[in-house]
Design a binder for this molecule. Sequence first.
Ligand SMILES: Nc1ncnc2c1ncn2[C@@H]1O[C@H](COP(=O)(O)OP(=O)(O)O)[C@@H](O)[C@H]1O
Ligand SMILES: O=C(CO)[C@@H](O)[C@H](O)COP(=O)(O)O
Length: 577
Amino acid sequence: MADSGPLYLGLDLSTQQLKVLAVKSNLETVFEEAVSFDDDLPSYGVRKGVFVNEKDDEVFAPVAMWIEALDLLLQRMKNKGFDFSRVKGISGAGQQHGSVYWSEGAESLLSSLSTEKSLLEQLSPKAFSWKFSPNWQDHSTSEQVAAFDDRVGGDDLLAKATGSGGHHRFTGPQILRFVQLHPEEYAATSRISLVSSFLASLFLGKIAPIDISDVCGMNLFNIETKTWDDRLISLAASPSGTDPAATKVLYEKLGEVEPDGGKNLGPISSYFVKKWGFPTDCAIIPSTGDNPSTILALPLHPQDAIVSLGTSTTILMSTEKYYPSPAYHMFNHPTQPGLYMFMLCYKNGGLAREEIRDAVNRAKGIHDHSWAQFNKAAIETPVLGKTSPNDKSKLGFYFPLPEIVPNVQNPGFYRFEVDNTSKKIEESKGWDVTHDARAIVESQALSMRIRSAPLLDPKNPQPRRVYLVGGGSRNKAIAHVLADVLGGIEGVYKLDVGNACALGAAYKALWAVERRDSGESFEDLIGSRWNEEGKVEKVMDGYKKGTWEAYGDVVQAYTEAEAKVQRGDVKGDTSLI
Ligand SMILES: Nc1ncnc2c1ncn2[C@@H]1O[C@H](COP(=O)(O)OP(=O)(O)O)[C@@H](O)[C@H]1O
Ligand SMILES: O=C(CO)[C@@H](O)[C@H](O)COP(=O)(O)O
């Protein structure tokens, strides 16, 4: 008998692609499809999903491209025979922090779409007051970030209130810059969505509320009081920060935040029913950020960490402790009130590793983008590049782009050596580029280890398990070095679930529709159906006696070297060779 049970869709609108994945009630993934912005929609001319205006440190993406990607994705699903009539719930994951500016006519356009035409033809450009969305790699808001930190008395107090210190990519500073640079377009804006709530709005046929977890990526929502922070909303609304009328307008543009991550926001818009054959009772569930969605791809235990090796590199943990600091981010958990998500996000993640990969290849006379030489170098280089116990330790910092963690404005490559006994650091006179393959992963992992330490049990200062996800998770050499630095009581695992953010979104839709009552938690429902066989592969032992401790020995030196880079005391190299 043909399969006829319900299906749940999870979409991921990330930097470079729009992906979809469908799961059954038993959590089995039965369908996956994707649209790549660069390859499938070349007419927009984006590179790696974005436009870059180097002069003003701006990075942004065209909203029309995302809408066309959804048209194309649904067409591809239909071409492959996907049965839309079985879909009972849809949720999504969006790249975080990006904002979409809807025009006055947007809601009426969304609610009266004709099946004769595509979404793109009907929504773009009319539904938007601004045709671009600032991207998380944007670095243009230094002035606004300073104003946000000052507004509440410093970045530590901003972190206490909103879960993060002021950050260039966070939506509040981005909105303030938009108000300053584009006052007419801002005045013509009826509503502001995050990328996640923009995606939900398309399916819902009206503007969807902002999600309780993704809202924490704005520097506008007070996690302690669980409401918009009036001091910050009034700042984002007008440069003076003291205009009550402007503040009221911004509240209206932002709308309410939906506290329940599993809320049924309403049925899918009739456009999708008539055009693609979705059932009329298909529920639209709040979409969240791609990172909060990733922690929903499995029932995550306390002390577990997920390392996402995508375009950006992130480390994520679920925690009961609200322990904010400007050194990292805390978000509300996407499904469980009272839990939080800890996150570090590195802009120079995958892209920086690719630069080193290409430099190592060039040094070997290889002119392609294969990983073999990088991997060989990462594995064969000893811990901290020390060939003998008395050798100096090698520490590198690789920021081809301005970095978020630590906040470094000037791109560059920085190499240091640490004396074994005195622990004194000095700038290196240079080393063979093959050392950089191991050094970049060591450096990224040391940063994660140092900054996640306050979240871990002081008696067990290693994660229980480290789960790897994202494009780089297929790379065993990277897993090897991460395992050496981070340890992991049970080891390092690859989460082999296709796209983890899309999967987390699909599980969220499933939980929202099938939870017995609003009391059944996500962890209970997904945990009771979860079978890790075929989904989780152990790729490395974690803790290696002696190795983990060797990295502990350079923590102080690493912290000092990083501070030198951040303060601009040292001048980085512009190239690796
Ligand atoms: N074999 C590999 N080794 C290391 N990194 C890889 C490998 N394959 C892909 N990647 C990395 O994965 C990144 C894309 O990850 P992905 O999770 O698909 O993207 P996104 O973050 O846009 O969702 C690329 O930037 C690339 O650096
Ligand atoms: O800025 C952040 C998190 O704060 C990024 O993680 C974005 O959310 C986009 O990630 P990818 O598209 O690379 O997955």
